[in-house]
Ligand binder design. Structure first.
Ligand code: URA
Length: 281
């Protein structure tokens, strides 16, 4: 099939808009050709296909299963309703005794549809024994490919900001509220955030930092429960209850925002100096 350049550009723009922004192979795959035939609805015979399609025993059993309950939501293939997924997330996160267990549970958690479009889970980077934990919003393109948070342009800036106050990935811990890249870097939906929240809260509890730094508005609003914009909340210290103790939490500007608004770096610099002072105190 050959497309004229204008139609090809329009098609690419459509793909980008839909979040398909990475090449995963050289040859197109006809996924419809692999689709298993579905059985005709019970009691209804299709005019087009009078014979019910043949399905394997396993597929038939799956199709006959009732809607997934909480336990199935943790590993089932079809995304469950959000409230079921939130319950499953709470149960799964609460059952993790270590960060490794939490990561393993997230690897197999199917309650959040973002896992299906992401390349891989982006759990954390840095030192979980560090005294400071930075939490951003969600992985982007580079993070999705590498499996590590903050490795793209905003991560490089975060590294420089940490270095300026004597921190690095050997002494600080880094994660995101959402551990899978949303397609096309779109904003995570409130449902996706609610489903991922029990996991990041448990991750903070298990890492047990002395200081939590929320990078940007989504992380600040989600973890600190604020409603104002980040320009009002940045630079303010909050109390954060990890579940086992109360720690200090600071809201600051997201490095991606600072790349777009370099003049605001002076504000972030103040915030980072406040973190340095708190660590010394
Ligand atoms: N932005 C984030 O919030 N997190 C990342 O890991 C990368 C970019």
């Amino acid at each position: 099939m050959s497309l004229d350049p204008q139609a090809a550009r329009a098609l690419l723009a459509f793909y980008l808009e839909a979040g398909a922004d990475a090449l995963v192979g050289e040859q197109p795959v006809d996924r419809m050709a692999d689709a298993p035939a579905l059985p005709a609805a019970r009691g209804a015979q299709s005019d087009l296909d009078p014979k019910p399609a043949r399905v394997s025993g396993a597929v038939a059993r799956r199709l006959e299963r009732p809607a997934p309950a909480t336990a199935a939501a943790a590993t089932g293939s079809a995304p469950p309703p959000p409230e079921v997924a939130v319950m499953a997330a709470r149960q799964a996160a609460g059952s993790a005794k270590t960060l490794d267990e939490l990561r393993a549970l997230l690897e197999s958690f199917r309650g959040c549809a973002l896992h299906a479009t992401a390349t891989q889970l982006v759990f954390a980077d840095g030192n979980p024994d560090g005294r400071v934990m930075f939490v951003g919003e969600a992985p982007g393109y580079e993070e999705d490919l590498s499996g590590r948070p903050f490795v793209g342009p905003s991560g490089k800036l975060l590294d420089r900001m940490m270095e300026a106050i004597g921190l690095d990935r050997a002494s600080a811990y880094i994660a995101n509220v959402i551990p899978w890249r949303p397609p096309g870097n779109r904003t995570p939906t409130p449902q996706e955030t609610a489903i991922c929240l029990p996991f990041i809260r448990r991750q903070i509890e298990l890492a047990d930092p002395d200081i939590l730094v929320c990078l940007g508005q989504p992380s600040t609003q989600t973890l600190l429960g604020t409603r104002e914009g980040i320009t009002r909340t940045r630079g303010r210290w909050f109390k954060y209850d990890t579940g086992t103790r109360e720690i200090r939490a600071l809201a600051t500007l997201h490095p991606a925002y600072l790349l777009r608004q370099p003049l605001q770096k002076r504000l972030a610099w103040r915030d980072f100096l406040a973190v340095k002072k708190a660590l010394a105190g």
